[in-house]
Ligand binder design. Structure first.
Ligand SMILES: Cc1cc2nc3c(=O)[nH]c(=O)nc-3n(C[C@H](O)[C@H](O)[C@H](O)COP(=O)(O)O)c2cc1C
Length: 348
């Protein structure tokens, strides 16, 4: 089950995603930190942050909309209080998620983390608005993304041993392949995607937005097909490894991301429905590999098989509208494949 990415050896490719697993240590009585591949901490800023006003988290169809506003205790408190007890679990890779509103904020957080032992890598959240440049999100503007990645890389190299940087891309872009290439060319050691998709929910009766911040980030199974497509496109565009996430609930979901090109995966919103989800997926993936005679899970990365078009386009009977409308066979396969999904969706 071992995989390697950006010089880090993971005992398995299942990690907990940022913002859905606290600082990690809060989960030690619920999830065996000796079993999971690693965890990504909640986003850390240079000063503590209170986050956005409530309501800031609501359930949506097969997903969740959140506008937590990156509430956190600040990097110093993380280093002093949360990180030391995590050192009891040396086999669990601790990835510190870093954010800021200007490049210099990110650099300050990385410099503070450089002083501490027990961190495997930095995950740079590029989905934050750059307040210096009018609130535009770093990860949606290639020049700003390049400047951020370059500065983060330099800051991460100020230790005796440079720590790898994983750049977490914003999915709210037209071309994820282009942003992936920009991050790679600017010095990223790995990429992670996707972060949440901008969304909105309205209470029709009261005519009010359902979260106080009006818009929020959509996550959970609802985003999985888009996340998979983006991981596939990003992984094809770069040579550096990709960590895939977005709506992973089952071991088979994780396998799909690996086949699309991910080296490892992260599990986020699923931990809200089942706090043991990350550990459950480790076991599930082991069982899946045994059932399918997979000796090395690393062999699944990018192993998607694309069957030539003439074989996939076969239709059983004549189709009206010259093939523009779905055939009866296609409609019944949709019904079949959505049936198990609908029952899974009940947990949301
Ligand atoms: C409540 C909540 C808080 C989050 N906080 C962060 C964060 O601090 N930093 C970050 O990079 N991503 C954050 N995310 C995004 C997740 O790490 C993940 O990218 C996203 O939810 C998609 O994965 P999922 O569908 O498995 O949840 C947060 C997501 C949720 C639901």
């Amino acid at each position: 089950m071992r995989v390697r990415f950006a010089g880090i050896e993971l005992r398995n490719p299942i990690l907990a995603a940022s913002g859905t697993f606290g600082y990690g240590i809060e989960f030690e009585d619920i999830v065996s930190l000796e079993r999971i591949g690693g965890l990504v901490t909640k986003g850390l800023s240079r000063e503590p942050m209170a986050g956005n006003p409530a309501p800031r988290l609501i359930e949506t169809a097969s997903g969740m909309l959140n506008s937590i506003g990156l509430q956190n205790i600040g990097v110093q408190a993380f280093v002093e209080k949360k990180l030391p007890p995590l050192r009891k679990y040396p086999g669990c890779a601790i990835i510190a998620n870093v954010f800021g509103y200007e490049v210099k904020d990110y650099v300050a957080v990385i410099e503070a983390l450089n002083q501490a032992d027990g961190i495997a890598a930095y995950e740079i959240n590029a989905s934050c608005p750059n307040t210096k440049h009018g609130g535009q999100v770093f990860g949606t503007d290639s020049k700003q993304l390049a400047a951020l990645v370059d500065a983060a890389r330099q800051a991460a190299q100020q230790r005796d041993i440079a720590r790898p940087i994983v750049v977490k891309l914003s999915p709210n872009v037209t071309s994820i392949a282009e942003m992936a290439r920009v991050a790679e060319q600017s010095g990223a050691d790995a990429l992670s995607l996707v972060n949440t998709f901008l969304g909105m929910a309205i209470d029709a009766k009261s005519r009010q937005p359902r979260i106080a911040n009006i818009t929020g980030g959509l996550s959970g199974p609802a985003i999985k097909p888009i996340a998979l497509r983006m991981v596939y496109e990003a992984a094809k565009a770069v040579k550096i490894p990709v960590l895939g996430l977005g709506g992973i609930v089952t071991a088979e979901d994780a396998v799909e991301f690996l086949l699309a090109g991910a080296t490892a995966v992260q599990v986020g919103t699923a931990s809200y429905a089942d706090p043991r989800a990350v550990e459950r997926l480790v076991k599930g993936l082991e069982q899946w590999c045994t059932r399918h005679n997979i000796e090395k899970v690393a062999g699944l990365t990018g192993a998607l098989e694309i069957v030539p078009k003439q074989q996939t386009n076969l239709r059983t009977g004549p189709s009206p509208n010259d093939g523009q409308e779905p055939s009866a066979q296609e409609l019944s396969s949709v019904a079949e494949s959505s049936a198990p999904r609908a029952s899974k969706a009940k947990i949301w």
